[in-house]
Design a protein around this ligand. Structure first.
Ligand code: SF4
Ligand code: SF4
Ligand code: SF4
Length: 273
């Protein structure tokens, strides 16, 4: 039997096939690079939960399991939707709707993350170091001794979601204005645990269950869970205005409780003091 003839590849066909293959591979490479860039660009605007690693690592480390969403006691963490493009399914916080107020005390979202997209190691280390330092400085244990609170405080202080940025054009204090009543619009269902020691809240309560009466508005300062190392009122000419300091964690409680317009305080996740 005659062997079937193998079609001969002429030189022109060979070159054309080669060119097509090179073009296809280049397109795939460029496409992958483009998608990677788009992925990171899209997600840059999303405020990630505490402990998130750098955005370009986070977008690949997060497996979109939603465990951080489930564990948060104040429902601060949401999953991005299809409108967020390639960030779809990744966790983010919209602090104007619901800030991370550290109600969990132990940064549970970070602890529960199975992939270290939210990295617990720095917080664990900070907690342990604070505990050791406290014990060294206070060899005689008093009645206020609370090892969990000591560690929790240090862990919260080490959170860096971003930095609060205040727009003095719309800030009430910058206009010399005070504030009376509940901070947010009727029906607002955001919650937080007030740092006011008189309230002694174990659980978060509705922002609008808190009524204020201030000659000069300073809610962002008094309700900050980190305190005066993160934000203060400072004399700015003849008026007192809020000033954000470097211990600000970007938790967004000030964004949530601000009674002025929603653009008065925003969290910039890339800014530093
Ligand atoms: S650290 Fe904040 S966002 Fe994370 S679980 Fe606790 S309250 Fe929720
Ligand atoms: S727990 Fe970690 S991996 Fe799961 S959605 Fe949250 S950040 Fe992503
Ligand atoms: S100023 Fe305080 S309340 Fe506002 S984001 Fe920073 S730490 Fe949170």
């Amino acid at each position: 039997m005659k062997k079937p003839k193998t079609p001969e590849l002429n030189r022109r066909q060979f070159l054309m096939n080669g060119a097509v293959a090179v073009t296809a591979l280049t397109a795939v490479g460029l496409g992958a690079n483009y998608l990677k860039k788009l992925n990171v660009e899209n997600s840059k605007s999303l405020l990630r939960p505490p402990g998130a690693v750098n955005e370009d690592e986070f977008i690949y480390a997060c497996i979109k399991c939603g465990l951080c969403v489930q564990i948060c006691p104040v429902n601060a963490i949401k999953l991005a939707t299809i409108k967020d493009g390639l960030s779809y399914g990744t966790p983010y916080i919209d602090p104007r709707a619901q800030a991370c107020d550290f109600s969990c005390d132990a940064l549970q979202c970070i602890e529960t993350c199975p992939t270290s997209a939210l990295d617990f190691i720095p917080f664990k280390t900070a907690g342990e170091e604070a505990f050791i330092a406290y014990n060294k400085a206070n060899p005689n244990i008093g009645k206020d001794y609370n090892p969990i609170a000591i560690q929790s405080k240090a862990m919260k202080a080490n959170t860096t979601m971003g930095l609060a940025v205040i727009n003095l054009d719309t800030c009430f204090a910058a206009k010399g204005k005070g504030f009376k009543g509940s901070p947010r619009e009727d029906g607002f269902d955001g919650v937080y645990r007030s740092p006011n020691p008189k309230r002694k809240e174990r659980k978060a309560s509705l922002v609008n269950d808190h009524a204020f009466n201030r000659d000069i508005c300073d809610l962002c300062v008094t309700e900050c869970p980190i305190g005066e190392t993160a934000i203060i009122m400072e004399n700015n000419g003849n008026i007192m205005t809020p000033k954000v300091l470097d211990a600000c964690t970007g938790c967004g409680v000030c964004v949530m409780v601000c009674p002025s317009s929603e653009d008065t305080i925003v969290i910039d996740k890339l800014k530093t003091v």
